[in-house]
Design a protein around this ligand. Structure first.
Ligand code: SF4
Ligand code: SF4
Length: 290
């Protein structure tokens, strides 16, 4: 089963929920935790793996390389590139490539009349893997300066084993990287806060999940602060509230120390485990409807 954890905005506690879910399951199931927030992966901090215990695999994608000996600076490659990733300066007899902007579509090499473009691997980041007890943590780290997170997220998801219990920590927001992360999930947990900002971003995230036809439920973090608008919205939309995590100084302190809630406050382990059981039932019911 694949359960993703997402939020319309950053800083809502999405990673906290993903990590605590994985830890709550780890006694009973073989669990994979995939941190797809490749621009700011931080689930690993809760596991404190130490670099020596991690397996690291570089990830590449193909980008063009121009052999200027064969190039006549005709500019056809630059005209074809919709991403402005290749620029030809005929006056200076120069072709400039911006790998961070290139999506590796290969069109420039197809249109080149002089066969002057070949494809070469370009490193976009790494995938790190760490195994602790029955949790396998896999996370992508996007190389600084890379603007395209989606190819690395796709590669992290290639490591996914659906026969296991898989928890995906998605990037925040509602753009392409989020869609890449949550796509194919059986269920998505949306983490939100009961504030006007939380509600605004929640509504956007719900619309994305509706388009993707992924059933969802809410975890309300910092419950007790703010107002009741998120509750009213969830009722109106028929989106279940799976769990409320109250605002608590003790939790904030444990978080700042990198300690998962379920380790510091064991009574929370059952609450997270119960939430998974509830989700399993919902997924089963959904499957029956099909
Ligand atoms: S299309 Fe080929 S020949 Fe023309 S500028 Fe680009 S690399 Fe050079
Ligand atoms: S591979 Fe595609 S995106 Fe990259 S430079 Fe060529 S045309 Fe542009």
């Amino acid at each position: 089963m694949i359960i993703s954890v997402a939020s319309g905005k950053g800083g809502t506690g999405k990673t906290t929920v993903a990590v605590n879910l994985a830890l709550s399951l780890s006694n009973d199931a073989d669990v994979q935790l995939l941190d797809c927030d490749v621009e700011e992966p931080n689930a690993y901090i809760f596991f404190n793996p130490g670099a020596e215990n991690e397996e690291v695999k570089p990830v590449h994608r193909l980008i063009p390389e121009v052999d200027e000996e064969h190039c006549d600076y005709c500019g056809k490659c630059a005209s074809a590139c919709e991403y402005n990733a290749i620029v030809v300066l005929p006056g200076q007899l120069k072709v400039m490539l911006f790998p961070e902007l290139c999506n590796g579509c290969g069109l420039c090499s197809m249109v080149c009349p002089r066969d002057a473009i070949r494809e070469v691997p370009h490193e976009i980041g790494v995938i790190r893997r760490y195994r602790s007890d029955s949790i396998e943590l896999i996370y992508g780290v996007l190389k600084i300066g890379e603007v395209r997170a989606t190819p690395l997220i796709d590669r992290v998801k290639e490591e996914l084993r659906p026969e296991k219990m898989v928890i995906i920590d998605s990037p925040p927001g509602t753009s392409c990287p989020v869609i890449a992360a949550v796509q194919d999930s059986d269920y998505c947990i949306l983490v939100t806060e009961p504030t006007p900002f939380g509600l605004y971003d929640l509504k956007l995230a719900v619309e994305v999940l509706k388009l993707l036809k992924i059933p969802s439920g809410l975890v309300i973090n910092k419950a007790g602060v703010g107002d009741r608008e998120v509750y009213k919205y969830s009722e109106a939309e028929g989106i279940p509230i799976l769990l409320e995590i109250p605002y608590s100084e003790a939790m904030a302190r444990y978080y700042s120390e990198g300690m998962p809630i379920v380790a510091a406050m064991p009574e929370w382990k059952k609450r997270f485990a119960d939430m998974i059981e509830e989700i399993k039932l919902k997924v089963k019911d959904k499957a029956k409807e099909k």
